[in-house]
Design a protein around this ligand. Structure first.
Ligand SMILES: Cc1cc2nc3c(=O)[nH]c(=O)nc-3n(C[C@H](O)[C@H](O)[C@H](O)COP(=O)(O)O)c2cc1C
Length: 182
């Protein structure tokens, strides 16, 4: 038997890209927000797409600067990721509030979070309105990851696992990888 699903909640069946912390900066403001809605969309050039709610403060910074960074947190950053996704940086310094150490990106001014497993810096090339979100298509201009957990693909382990958001308060931790030689 299959249960009916409200179309407004159907996204939760495919809501499983690894959870990321999206950072942006403009003038003297920096910010971080949690996002689950993102995907790669081109290899040449390397493009990714992210869906950012129109009301988010981060969206304003991305619009103003044309840049952002995607930071991939390990599972032990879940509490910070949930908090970054439930408060707005509009009236506070969210990076300081969450005690997230960062440096400026190499190719952008977007903050790169030190405790994350990897990051990619992106420059916006297109914006597509999508209901209450805007889809930003952006070119990856610089990227790096911890060599102990990335050798061209993730090598998650118990100490360095990735987070996946299933919806609401529900998450999955990926801490085992295998190669399917079939
Ligand atoms: C697990 C999780 C996933 C989220 N995914 C997204 C997302 O994909 N897109 C989005 O716009 N907001 C998403 N949010 C909500 C934003 O992170 C949240 O509104 C945040 O407070 C915005 O912060 P800002 O106003 O400082 O930019 C998510 C929140 C959580 C907790």
């Amino acid at each position: 038997m299959k249960i009916r699903i409200d179309p407004a909640r159907a996204y939760r069946m495919i809501n499983s890209g690894c959870l990321v912390l999206l950072t942006a900066a403009h003038k003297d403001r920096t910010n971080v927000m949690t996002i689950a809605w993102h995907m790669p969309v081109s290899m040449k050039p390397p493009l990714v797409a992210v869906a950012l709610g129109v009301s988010r403060f981060t969206t304003e910074l991305v619009d103003a600067s044309g840049e952002f960074a995607i930071n991939i947190p390990p599972a032990n950053m879940l509490a910070k990721a949930r908090r970054a996704g439930s408060i707005s940086g509009r009236d506070m310094d969210k990076l300081a509030e969450l005690d997230l150490a960062f440096s400026s990106g190499k190719a952008t001014r977007a903050p790169v979070l030190q405790d994350c497993l990897g990051y990619m810096e992106c420059k916006v090339v297109n914006r597509v309105p999508a209901g209450d979100h805007t889809v930003y298509i952006a070119e990856v201009v610089s990227a790096a990851a911890e060599d102990t957990v990335f050798d061209g693909a993730w090598l998650p382990s118990e100490g360095a696992s990735l987070l996946f958001h299933l919806g609401g308060p529900r998450f999955v931790v990926a801490e085992k990888q295998f190669e399917d030689d079939a």
